[in-house]
Design a protein around this ligand. Structure first.
Ligand code: PBG
Length: 307
């Protein structure tokens, strides 16, 4: 009666790491709750989630090194395996909400989210590629486009391109306050997408900053974002609260790979209890003000809710 926060399965988004081929299911050693999966396994995973009530998915491709180049052209190929999997999933499970990832890093031989020239990220030229990527993704049936690249002006570029191609119903979940974080390690292992040189500090935010998130919020809102995301989540609960108090858009939070890995590792050592720690972590994200929670623990929370 007096609990102020209630988690529901509708709040959860399940991440999926997909690979080309068949019969592939590779666990990620640094994130044992996740795996790189080919379509046959992804299909089974989605079925299992849907049966538990989880209907939102965010999908990332693990691309073979031989297909990567400096401009990430494979990401724009309308027949790439990522888009083929999206088409098949939407055909088989029309009730699901499928969120894409827009950034160059899964496809880039530099491992950066934008184009690299002379060791620098070229913001404005990257926008065109991101906009094209969003259009091919919308064409494959993604319901929401998720720009995770942190280039300036990309929400506007993507919105204009989507509208121009008739995808007026496709929405944008903008990674609004995305920090240059140490907690993306297991994700970069999963996609083999770590930057080949330098770091992402010129485009992702400084963990010291909070007011800057309000600036990002204003820009993304004006540019046409439908959701504002804060990432990571647990170490940025104050930012989630700030945006939820200052914006009228729904707030999404990404409980990132390294944040989940901490709980898994500590519980393996017997230092914390898995279920209660997972529940408390995800509940704190909800309490801070997020209504859409991307977490590698989605199935665990759904299981606990069923009990
Ligand atoms: C990159 C991207 C990253 C994550 C989602 N999209 C990593 C990065 O910025 O290097 C991290 C998610 C996680 O750690 O779970 N476009």
């Amino acid at each position: 009666m007096i609990a102020e926060t209630s988690l529901r399965v509708e709040h959860l988004v399940q991440p999926l790491f997909v690979v080309d081929g068949e019969g592939i299911h590779q666990r990620i050693p640094s994130l044992p709750v996740a795996a790189r999966m080919s379509y046959d396994y992804v299909r089974a995973e989605v079925k299992q989630c849907v049966d538990m009530g989880i209907k939102q998915f965010i999908m990332f491709p693990a691309v073979d090194e031989s297909l990567k180049d400096p401009i990430g052209s494979y990401g724009l190929d309308p027949n790439n395996f990522y888009l083929q999997i999206a088409r098949k999933l939407k055909a088989e499970f029309p009730e699901i909400v499928l969120i894409s990832d827009v950034a160059l890093d899964p496809y880039s031989s530099d491992g950066h989210d934008g184009l690299v020239r002379d060791g620098k990220i070229v913001n404005d030229e990257t926008l065109e590629i991101l906009a094209q990527m969003a259009v091919v993704q919308a064409g494959a049936g993604f319901d929401m486009i998720g720009p995770s690249d942190m280039m300036d002006g990309r929400v506007e570029a993507i919105r204009e391109a989507l509208d121009e191609y008739g995808f007026t119903d496709t929405s944008i979940v903008s990674y609004c306050a995305k920090y240059a974080s140490a907690f993306y390690g297991p994700f970069r292992d999963a996609l083999d997408s770590a930057p080949k040189s330098g770091d992402k500090k010129t485009y992702q935010m400084d963990p010291a900053n909070k007011r800057e998130a309000l600036l990002e919020m204003e820009l993304d809102t004006q540019e046409g974002a439908d959701f504002l995301m804060v990432k990571p989540a647990i170490h940025y609960l104050d930012v989630i609260q700030l945006l939820s108090e200052h914006s009228h858009l729904p707030i999404a939070a990404y409980h990132v790979s390294g944040e989940c890995a901490l709980i898994i590792a500590a519980s393996e050592k017997g230092w914390v209890k898995y279920d209660t720690a997972v529940w408390e972590a995800v509940q704190s994200i909800k309490r801070a003000g997020a209504s859409m929670i991307i977490t590698y623990f989605a199935k665990d929370i759904a299981r606990m809710l069923q009990k």
